[in-house]
Write a protein that binds this ligand. Sequence first.
Ligand SMILES: *Cc1c(COP(=O)(O)O)cnc(C)c1O
Length: 424
Amino acid sequence: MKNKKLLREALEVLPGGVNSPVRAFKAVGGEPIFLVKGRKAKVWDADGNEYIDFLASWGANILGHAHKKVVKAIQEEAEKSLSFGLTNPYEITLARLVVEMVPTVEKVRFVNSGTEATMSAVRLARGITGRKYIVKFEGCYHGHYDSLLVSAGSGVATFGIPGTPGIPEEIAKLTIVLPYNNVEALEKAFKEYGGEIAAVIVEPVAGNMGVVLPKKEFLKELRRITREYNSLLIFDEVITGFRLSKGGAQELFGIEPDITCLGKILGGGLPVGAYGGKKEIMERVAPEGDIYQAGTLAGNPLAMVSGLETLKELRDKEPYKELEEKMEKLAKGVSDILKEKGIPHTVNRIGSMMTVFFTDKEVFDFQTAKTSDTEMFAKFFKALLKNGVLIPPSQFEAWFLTTAHENEDIEDALERIRKAVKEI
Ligand SMILES: *Cc1c(COP(=O)(O)O)cnc(C)c1O
C-alpha cells in the first residue's frame, strides 16, 4: 500500500499533495496514484499496478515513455553539463527545427513552460500594438497567467472556479471572454472594442474543455477579423503543435497566426515552452527589441536535446497517419462498448487526441461540454483505472496516443475498458 503511504506524506508537505491541481483526482474522487515507472505505452504506480497510458504526460510524451534515442541524448548531455546559463549550440539546432516544421515561425524564443509561452506572447502582442485588451474563449486554457485564467478550461473547468482569487479585477477586466466557435460574438466584440484589442488567443483545436474542434469558418473568420482591426492572432499550440501534424493545427487548417505558442511535445517530456512568429514580430523581443522577457534556465541543454530528438523523430517518421488510424480504432471501440451498455455519449476526436463526453448532444463549446454527466465520467474513470487503463482524471481533458501504442495495446485497452464498463 505504498500509494496510500505516499499520499499521507505528500499531503503534509505539498498543497493538496500535488504540484498541479488535477493530479489530486478531486474531480473523480478516490485517491490519486503515484507513478514510478514508464515504458513505451505503459506506466506503473508505487503499488506495482500496470496501466495502459492515455494521459501521456498530458500529451507531451508523443513517443511514449523512455524512448531510447531521447533517453540516450539526455544521458550524454548530462555528462557535459546540466546548465550553463549562457547560450549552447543545441538552442540553435532546436530553433532551426521548429522554424522548419512550424509554417509561420521564423524566429523563436525558448522558455520553460506553456504558461510562460502564452504570458510572453500576450506581453509581446500588447507591446507591439500598444493596446491592452485580450480576447480569449470560454473553456480554452492557456496556462495559469493572470490575464488568461479567466473562464479557463482544464483544472479550472474541473473545479468550476470562475477564475481564481488573487487576480485583481482590474487585470481580469482586460480579458474579454467569448464563446468558442461563435463568429457572431466575435464580430460584436470587435465592433465594440476592436481598436483596443491587442490580440486574440485561441487553442486552434481546444483540448482543455475536452477535445472541441473548431467549426469550418471559425479560425478563418478569426484571422480575417483580427487582420481587419490590426490585432494579432495568437495560436496556443501547446497541445496541437507537433501533434496534429508536423506543423501543428496551423498547417492542418492552413491558417497563419501572428504568434505561435508551443510546449508539451516540444520538450519531449522535459520542461520547455516557446513562442515564435515572423521575424518582424520576434525582432521586438529583447535584446533585439524593447519588449523584455528572460529566463535563467531557458534553453537548458538537457531540455533542448530531449526536444531535438523528439522533433527529429516526428519530422523523419511522420507518424501522424498511423497515430490517427489507431486513435480512430480506440474511439470507435470505446463508443461501441458504451453503446452496448446504453450509456449516452459523444466522442470528439481529431488525429491522436480525443474526449469521451457523457452526453448525447453535439459538443462544440464550453456550454455544450458542460452538458456531460461528470458523475458518469467519474465512475467511468475509476472503473478504467481499476482495470489498468489510465486516462486524464477529469472530463475536461484529452486522451492522447503515442507512437509507442501498438495495435495490441489498443486491443488490450479495449478489452480492459469492456470489462470496466460492465462493472459500472
Ligand atoms: C498545458 C497547456 C498550457 C500550459 O502549459 P504548462 O506547461 O502547463 O504551463 C497552455 N496552453 C495549452 C493549450 C495547454 O494545453
